[in-house]
Design a protein around this ligand. Structure first.
Ligand SMILES: Nc1ncnc2c1ncn2[C@@H]1O[C@H](COP(=O)(O)OP(=O)(O)OP(=O)(O)O)[C@@H](O)[C@H]1O
Length: 313
């Protein structure tokens, strides 16, 4: 390794970053449309090999970010890199990525088969055997002209074309919005296969179950600002857990105990929300005569509602 020849940990790390740059890196990336700051100072790194979910309510700035990453829009400030290449250097950056837009448009006169051929010939390469396998798995009829495909089938054509490139980076904007549950399952399989072969997947989504099923990490965007980046278990730890306790004897007084919120007494049952470490609550309960203790982790939906809440965009 060139780094180890000259020695020194710092130099090794530098050469590592140069040889294996992150799949996506942004620094102070911002986009303004008139008075609207659609994306505000985004600093994000997605490592090669990660499946990263980009979440946010309508209008949060997800598609704007994707357009900036693809060089389809110019940042107002900041910069983005794809595997170390400036996103603005489209000819180089796009040799290593495949993209599926939220609204797939196909050439109306070409058949599905012709469209896949064309996309294969103009993209970053194609694994024909894998493409044929995906056509079967997504149950896509390739004989129809583009104009005759439904929204979901147009999406399938674009997804198959993207996965079949085996590109090092797949950028997918709302990839399953038009797919039925069976096809969603195939989509998840294909994402896992992409990860298994070392590809990076960056997907924007509103579908929390999908994000939970396939993503290693998620970024949460709200009104143009990145408000969290975490793994899903980390997100759960950051958020409240609902606790239900039933007692055989008297119900202890928990109001004022650290890390507890929303205490409700209902006969011999006590409900509360754990907002911090469970130690103080458990100590407060230790002397009581408990019959059951149930803890429920927040669903991803509850976590996102916490972030989106009032005033979100
Ligand atoms: N070309 C444009 N001109 C003016 N405003 C724009 C333009 N593109 C996007 N916007 C605005 O920027 C904000 C972010 O839009 P963007 O499409 O990035 O959101 P999104 O998170 O992808 O939303 P959705 O989930 O609905 O797709 C929105 O308020 C949108 O109206």
């Amino acid at each position: 390794m060139p780094g180890s020849l000259v020695g020194g940990r710092v130099l090794n790390n530098l050469s590592e970053a140069a040889v294996h740059p992150p799949a996506i890196r942004t620094e102070h990336l911002s986009k303004r449309y008139g008075s609207l700051l659609a994306l505000d100072d985004l600093d994000l790194t997605v490592d090669a090999g990660e499946v990263f979910g980009f979440l946010g309510p309508n209008g949060a700035g997800k598609s704007t970010t994707i357009r900036l990453l693809l060089g389809l829009a110019r940042p107002t400030a900041g910069q983005a890199w794809i595997f170390g290449t400036a996103a603005a250097d489209v000819a180089t950056a796009h040799q290593r990525l495949a993209y599926v837009p939220a609204d797939v448009t196909l050439w109306p006169q070409l058949t599905g088969a012709e469209i896949l051929e064309l996309l294969g010939a103009t993209g970053p390469g194609v694994d024909v055997a894998y493409r044929d396998e995906l056509v079967d798995r997504f149950a896509l009829d390739l004989s129809k002209p583009g104009r005759a495909y439904s929204t979901g089938n147009r999406q399938k054509v674009a997804l198959i074309a993207a996965f079949a490139t085996r590109a090092p980076l797949l950028v997918l904007d709302e990839p399953t919005a038009g797919l039925d549950p069976l096809m969603e399952r195939e989509f998840r399989r294909a994402v896992n296969e992409a990860r298994d072969t070392g590809s990076t997947v960056f997907l924007s989504s509103h579908q929390l179950a999908e994000v939970e099923a396939v993503c290693d990490r998620v970024g949460i965007l709200r009104a143009g600002r990145l408000v969290e980046v975490a793994t899903i278990p980390e997100l759960r730890r950051l958020h409240r857990t609902e606790v239900l306790v039933r007692f055989a004897g008297p119900v202890p007084e928990l109001t004022g105990v650290a890390g507890i919120d929303g205490v409700q007494v209902d006969g011999a049952a006590l409900r509360f929300t754990l907002t911090g470490p469970p130690g103080p609550a458990l100590r407060a309960l230790a002397g009581a005569d408990l019959t059951t203790l149930t803890m429920r982790e927040p669903t991803l939906e509850e976590i996102f509602l916490d972030y989106y809440g009032e005033g979100s965009r």
